[in-house]
Design a protein around this ligand. Structure first.
Ligand code: ADP
Ligand code: MG
Length: 273
């Protein structure tokens, strides 16, 4: 791989190295451009295992791109992303860094669940079949076991009575909860949510947030892009405010939401609260 794509991981103590960290997610000086447009400008953040980070920021600030870089939907131009001790997209052997093979990438992606604004369920499959599909079709789990586990997951998101329903027979909120169950079926070590309630009617938002709150309580590591400030305040361990491709400020909800230090953060919060 070309050296300019990613700097070799720096040994501890080497000049320019970052402090060692055992955070589950380590995003370090990540850069990403689309053509001449630099969308991520040296973004760094860490997410310790078992914690929830809420990403806030105006439209176009780079939040989705950052999540997509973590989940291999985009490649980064510089910096590095480490999840559970592994570089995203790259393998190290000795001092050399190699791009991962598609098979290695697929394996790494399976450890990271992602839930989008649009639920993207398979319309011709029931809720249960949607949840069973990847464990059976992608990693070859035995179907009876996968079905049992899928039923447990549907119960966990409050949909045990809707296993046989098709997406078109479910509300948006119910579809989103199936999408969460489907992501959980692969036993991810990290869950990414990109505005999971933005496409929902207001009265359906609460049930989805409750499922996410429950997931956080059970110890799932999560990065959540949302404008739901109440959720951020009550669930986030860390709130990160992004604008123009940079992290403007990060801290606890009490710090970033209730006592923002930067004018840009205050302006944004006023616009959404
Ligand atoms: P956010 O999620 O914070 O609204 P995005 O990460 O979606 O922001 O987008 C950040 C910027 O990158 C925007 O200006 C957007 O238009 C641009 N962008 C995102 N994806 C692409 C792409 N595939 N090609 C070109 N520009 C893109
Ligand atoms: Mg977005």
């Amino acid at each position: 791989i070309e050296n300019q794509t990613i700097a070799a991981p720096v040994a501890a103590g080497e000049p320019g190295s970052l402090p060692a960290s055992d955070a589950l997610v380590q995003i370090r000086r990540v850069r990403k451009s689309f053509g001449a447009h630099q969308v991520l400008r040296d973004v760094s953040l860490e997410v310790p295992a078992g914690t929830v980070t809420v990403l806030l920021g105006p439209s176009g600030s780079g939040k989705s791109t950052l999540l997509r870089c973590v989940n291999h939907l985009e490649t980064i131009d510089g910096g590095r992303i480490i999840v559970d001790g592994e570089l995203i997209g790259y393998r190290q052997s000795g001092h050399r860094i190699h791009e991962m093979t598609p098979k290695q990438i697929a394996k790494q992606r399976r450890g990271i669940g992602m839930v989008f604004q649009k639920f993207n369920l398979f319309p011709h499959m029931t809720a249960l079949e949607n949840v069973v599909e990847a464990p059976v079709g992608v990693v070859g789990r035995a179907r009876p076991l996968a079905r049992q586990r899928a039923m447990d997951l549907l119960a966990r998101v409050g949909l045990e009575d809707f296993a046989g329903h098709y997406p078109a027979q479910l509300s948006g909120g119910q579809q989103q909860r199936v999408a969460i169950a489907r992501a959980l079926a692969m036993d991810p070590k990290l869950m990414l949510f990109d505005e999971p309630t933005s496409a929902l009617d207001p009265e359906l938002v609460g049930d989805v947030l409750d499922v996410m709150r429950e997931l956080a309580r059970d110890g799932m590591t999560m990065i959540v892009v949302t404008h739901e400030i109440g959720f951020a305040r009550s669930v986030a361990d860390q709130v990160v405010f992004m604008d123009g491709g940079v992290v403007v400020e990060a801290g606890s909800p009490a710090e970033v939401i209730d006592a923002p230090q930067r004018q840009r953060t205050r302006n944004f919060l006023e616009s959404v609260m």
